[in-house]
Design a protein around this ligand. Structure first.
Ligand SMILES: [Zn+2]
Ligand SMILES: [Zn+2]
Length: 89
């Protein structure tokens, strides 16, 4: 079997607001992912300024403010700390 070489492209798993690895990742209705805190404060801001909520990446607007859904797959990927061994006996 080929060596396990899962290259995590950091960009894919980064939040476009803080440019860091996703923390507590949530996904918007348009399919973009952000840290829960980042998108929350982003929307808090927008709400105050313009009364809208939009995706910082694709500019899709959401009204009313959507419920953020945790992205469990990304959450698992961004919290990998030990390599899997996949033991089979
Ligand atoms: Zn972030
Ligand atoms: Zn989007």
């Amino acid at each position: 079997m080929a060596q396990k070489g899962v290259l995590l492209h950091q960009e894919t798993f980064s939040c476009s607001i803080c440019l860091d690895l996703l923390k507590d990742p949530v996904t918007t209705a348009c399919g973009h992912s952000y840290c829960r805190n980042c998108i929350k404060s982003f929307w808090d801001n927008e709400e105050k300024k313009m009364g809208i909520h939009s995706c910082p990446q694709c500019r899709k607007t959401f009204t009313p403010r959507p419920v953020l859904v945790k992205n469990t797959m990304l959450a698992a990927l961004t919290t990998i700390s030990v390599p899997e061994h996949g033991q089979k006996q």
